[in-house]
Design a protein around this ligand. Structure first.
Ligand SMILES: [Zn+2]
Ligand SMILES: [Zn+2]
Length: 296
């Protein structure tokens, strides 16, 4: 079984919800039979990620994320980073330091290195432009990204690969480029969404990550997916870098009905947006465990 729980469903600047980061849990038997999943993966870990995870660890079913009142960082085995905005990477410094130092004894004093997965160009920029300032030195000298993480660089859409990763050998995660920030041309700033495929059931789920409305690019994957998590911007804006709700309303009805919207602003419960429940699968709920694939 594979489950997904949003730490938060908010936009970068939302204050009523935490930012849109998600915890994916892979289970050999399922949450009703296991106290903890076999494997865990965060999709992004932004500035509000640590606070959101701290809240989640006190919810029923997530006790394994708790260690004497703190976040049990060793419970987070892997992190996939979609792109470099701080609502997606701002929590990594805490994750790195807590894993390496606070929970060092859990791994015989060696520290525990979570796996860090991203497209190679995201990984390079993540270290040089985001993390090196805080993590590039410690009490014993200079440090590298690999001192904190077991790094898995991916080469999306490159047959030379690796272009994907799996959980439990059954659930396949395939990144695809998204049309989010554009410097000069579409797709020229590294940003990736994910399709998640259950090899046993031959079903897929689409996780858009941050993207403009891009039915031309994503339409085929949307049609194939049994469930879609799509980012949304509620407010109209000329030349947006997110998918406007008004644009997503133009999707075919069968696609809208299997689409849960996330990455939304604090205005979601205004009467202006009451049609979302009828036209889409709805707004994604924070800290609710969604089943992506049940056991066959
Ligand atoms: Zn974002
Ligand atoms: Zn973004």
């Amino acid at each position: 079984m594979l489950t997904l729980t949003f730490l938060g469903v908010g936009s970068a600047f939302a204050k009523r919800n935490f930012q849109s980061n998600a915890l994916v849990e892979a289970w050999s038997e399922g949450p009703h039979r296991q106290a903890a999943p076999d494997d865990t993966l965060l999709i992004d870990f932004g500035s509000t990620g640590p606070l959101a995870l701290h809240q989640l660890r006190s919810r029923p079913g997530f006790e394994y994320l708790d260690s004497e009142g703190r976040i049990s960082y060793p419970a987070i085995r892997r992190v996939f980073i979609t792109h470099l905005h701080s609502d997606h990477v701002g929590g990594l410094e805490e994750l790195a330091i807590m894993s390496r130092y606070f929970f060092a004894e859990a791994a015989n004093g060696q520290g525990r290195r979570p796996q860090l997965i991203a497209a190679e160009e995201v990984i390079e920029r993540l270290w040089e432009n985001c993390l090196k300032g805080g993590l590039g030195a410690h009490h014993a000298g200079l440090a590298q990204l690999t001192d904190y993480f077991d790094v898995l660089p991916l080469h999306p859409e490159d047959p030379g690969g690796p272009d994907r990763f799996t959980m439990l050998g059954r659930y396949e995660f395939v990144p695809f480029p998204t049309h989010h920030i554009q410097v000069q041309h579409p797709y020229d700033w590294p940003s990736y969404g994910l399709t998640i495929h259950d090899r046993a059931a031959d079903e897929s789920v689409l996780y858009s990550a941050d993207t403009r409305f891009d039915y031309e690019g994503l339409g085929g994957m949307m049609q194939e997916a049994k469930l879609i998590f799509h980012e949304v911007q509620l407010e109209e804006q000329p030349d947006p870098v997110h998918a406007l709700l008004s644009e997503l309303r133009t999707l075919p009805p069968d696609i809208r009905r299997k689409t849960l919207l996330y990455h939304y602003s604090d205005a979601w419960d205004s009467a202006l947006y009451s049609f979302v429940a009828a036209e889409f699968a709805g707004f994604a709920q924070p800290q609710h465990r969604y089943t992506l694939f049940a056991d066959a």
